[in-house]
Design a protein around this ligand. Structure first.
Ligand code: ADP
Ligand code: MG
Length: 238
């Protein structure tokens, strides 16, 4: 599961339309990257999918069902925030358990999911530490762990690596790609970084001023950019 369809989705803040009506189809299990310059509407589009913003018009379907009016918790998706959203006074285990505890999940099931997430993220030896006792990369993995235990049909990432240093970013990119292979779940990943888009995506969505300029695989965009903006942004020689 993890098919997401946007049909004529529009978003205005007051009189200002930041996303004119757009259509987008995200397939089950795809790694989709929204890329574009700062202010082009990437976060807004992700927040519309997550249900953190209401659409002005249009519909969002998740796994074939209309999810347009649903609150975030009912959409079956998990948003991964930057690692500073962790609770500093709680252990890694408690941070990861938090969404399950809120949902009233039985303790045994929580423990099972924590163990599985910790294994997938190489955090097994760090479960009793607090975020302040971890490296930046480990903290980011905890933030991902908190999403994994909810077993979402899709993961939504908004520039998750932007506050990590360059070397760590390269490693975390590989870890997220690896995790995508392991979990085989839809991932939508927002970045303004072309390299991230080109190396991680199955499908890239290039945005400019709320408009989708082009959708395609990294190679398709590189070989056949539709216009100068895409070519310039992707670094295509055309
Ligand atoms: P990106 O993530 O690509 O940098 P955003 O989605 O954050 O871009 O923002 C797109 C546009 O929408 C920007 O012009 C921004 O100022 C505007 N915007 C975003 N959120 C709000 C809001 N809550 N109220 C008014 N304008 C907003
Ligand atoms: Mg943003």
């Amino acid at each position: 599961m993890g098919r997401i369809q946007l049909k004529q989705v529009k978003k205005s803040f007051g009189d200002v339309t930041v996303i004119p009506p757009l259509d987008l189809e995200i397939n089950d299990g795809e790694f989709v990257v929204f890329v574009g310059p700062s202010g082009c509407g990437k976060s807004t589009l992700l927040r519309l999918i997550a249900g953190l913003e209401d659409t002005t018009s249009g519909t969002i379907e998740i796994d074939g069902k209309d999810a347009t009016g649903l609150p975030p918790a009912k959409r079956g998706l998990a948003m991964v925030f930057q690692s500073y959203a962790l609770y500093p006074h709680m252990s890694v285990r408690k941070n990861i358990a938090f969404p399950m505890k809120m949902a009233g999940m039985p303790k045994e099931e929580q423990d099972k999911r924590i163990a599985a997430a910790a294994k997938a993220l190489n955090l097994t030896d760090y479960l009793d530490r607090r975020p302040g006792q971890l490296s930046g990369g480990q903290r980011q993995r905890v933030a991902i762990g908190r999403a994994i235990v909810r077993e979402p049909s899709a993961f939504l990432f908004d520039e998750p690596l932007s506050n990590l240093d360059a070397a760590l970013r390269v490693g975390m990119r590989m870890e997220i790609s690896e995790l995508h292979k392991k979990l085989d779940t839809t991932m939508i990943y927002v970045t303004h970084d072309q390299v991230e888009a080109m190396t991680m995506a199955d499908k890239i969505v290039v945005l400019q001023a709320g408009v989708i300029e082009q959708v395609g695989s990294p190679l398709e965009l590189y070989r056949n950019p539709r216009n100068k903006f895409v070519a310039g942004f992707i670094g295509s020689p055309k």
